[in-house]
Design a protein. Structure first.
Length: 283
């Protein structure tokens, strides 16, 4: 049985010059049909040198099944490759953010959002067809101001299916337990959606290398609940990113287990501060 993301692997990790024109044309047509003049949801994609991933991401979004009117916009974080050309070829309106960081890029997307809700999208990630609808259905529940979902990794020859399944299951359980008292620590920017007006009022921090998503979630808690979505319809698939920083999956798992054990008391207490991945205290 073909998995939902397998067709998009045809262009994932491939130079834009190698992308079939038929795929580009199909993505452009599909996206044009989705774009609304009165969006209920803004989907903003951020990308820095994501030429090899962006088309696959847009392809996945172009085939979404969603009952809500959407607008899809891009943010090119002053890339040195053909990222901007991909946005143009696919007919996606985009903005150039010259200050480099996820914080600046996400802030640019948020500032241009017209929808009631804003969904963060990472250009190296692919999203299942009901992702947007599932996230917004949850945001429409009384008292909910933000939602965060889960993600898997693209299978490859360097990572066994069994190893990935074990790693993801253990990580998912930890994030789920953490979400009860400290949902801001379970938030990841690639699978994050929230009320646009509250987020614009709070703003996104740009003075830290990582953690702008968790900090935003912490501030949004003052307006309502943050919900952790475990529905597989909202489970994205992405590259290995920070997992590869620690070497093998086993080593990455060990590093994260040690961190989890050290912070286990935090699973049962609420706090008013957030610590980012660079160990800077954010209040």
């Amino acid at each position: 049985m073909t998995k939902w993301y397998e067709p998009y692997l045809e262009v994932y990790e491939k130079p834009f010059a190698d992308a079939p024109k038929s795929v580009i044309d199909k993505v452009r047509r599909n996206l044009q049909k989705l774009q609304s003049e009165s969006p209920f949801v803004t989907i903003s994609l951020i990308g820095y040198n994501e030429e090899k991933h962006l088309l696959a991401c847009l392809w996945s979004l172009s085939e979404m099944k969603c009952k809500y009117p959407v607008e899809i916009i891009g943010v090119d974080n002053d890339s040195k490759d053909r990222t901007a050309e991909v946005f143009e070829a696919c007919g996606v309106p985009y903005y150039t953010e010259f200050q480099h960081s996820c914080g600046f890029a996400r802030s640019c997307g948020l500032n241009h959002a017209r929808g009631k809700y804003h969904i963060n999208i990472d250009s190296d990630t692919m999203y299942p067809p009901h992702y947007v609808e599932t996230m917004i259905d949850m945001l429409e529940q009384p008292g909910v101001v933000a939602v965060s979902a889960l993600w898997s990794y693209v299978p490859d020859k360097s990572h066994s299916k069994l190893g990935l399944a074990f790693y993801e299951t253990a990580r998912d359980m930890h994030l789920w337990l953490q979400s009860f008292k400290r949902p801001e620590l379970s938030v990841r920017g690639l699978v994050f959606a929230y009320r646009t007006d509250y987020a614009q009022e709070v703003g996104i921090r740009t003075d830290i290398k990582r953690g702008e998503d968790g900090y935003l979630a912490l501030q949004l808690k003052t307006y309502g609940r943050i919900v952790f979505v475990r529905n597989r319809k909202a489970r994205a698939i992405t590259g290995y990113g920070t997992v590869g920083v620690d070497g093998s999956l086993l080593n990455s798992f060990q590093v994260r287990v040690i961190k989890a054990i050290k912070g286990i008391t935090g699973l049962f207490t609420k706090k008013s501060e957030y610590k980012d991945e660079e160990s800077n205290l954010i209040k």
